[in-house]
Design a protein. Structure first.
Length: 157
């Protein structure tokens, strides 16, 4: 003899979207025990037509894109060639100086440093103090973190 256990749980579904009356009529026909929640009532699920769901997803994507644009509106965009040079471990002072279109003499004048000292930093003969790197960063309009010399032989993935 087979014994059948049945656990009855009533699900409350809230319908949404432009065609909710049509959907309610169809659901009542195929699932008469299904409870349809009113718009303010608590529900286990919300059911809406796929085209309304797709529209909501599109609107959410659009809002997200607008928010991202607003967040980054005033940030500087770095050209791919500059990023590539930095990733190839080229000296960051040289890369940013070139990107800003400055000569060693012009950067030296802006930063109050000698051309020779800057050349030594760019060629890796000197590392420069933190204070010096801050001065150079300010003259180049970048964060001091952007000028940290790369560690040779180690690349980050």
């Amino acid at each position: 003899m087979t014994r059948r256990n049945s656990i009855t749980r009533e699900l409350r579904v809230r319908l949404a979207g432009a065609r909710k009356k049509t959907i309610a009529r169809r659901l009542r026909a195929v699932a008469p025990r299904l409870q349809l929640a009113e718009s303010g009532d608590a529900a286990d699920f919300v059911m809406l037509p796929s085209e309304d769901y797709e529209r909501l997803l599109d609107e959410a994507d659009e809002r997200s894109a607008k928010m991202a644009f607003e967040r980054t509106r005033d940030e500087e965009f770095v050209p791919l060639e500059i990023a590539d040079r930095l990733l190839k471990l080229e000296n960051p002072v040289r890369v940013w100086r070139g990107h800003r279109g400055l000569t060693l003499a012009q950067l030296g004048e802006r930063a109050g440093l000698s051309r020779g000292y800057l050349s030594d930093i760019e060629n890796g003969k000197r590392s420069g103090t933190v204070a010096t790197l801050r001065t150079i960063a300010k003259a180049l309009g970048v964060d001091v973190d952007d000028l940290v010399p790369p560690v040779r032989g180690r690349r980050t993935a």
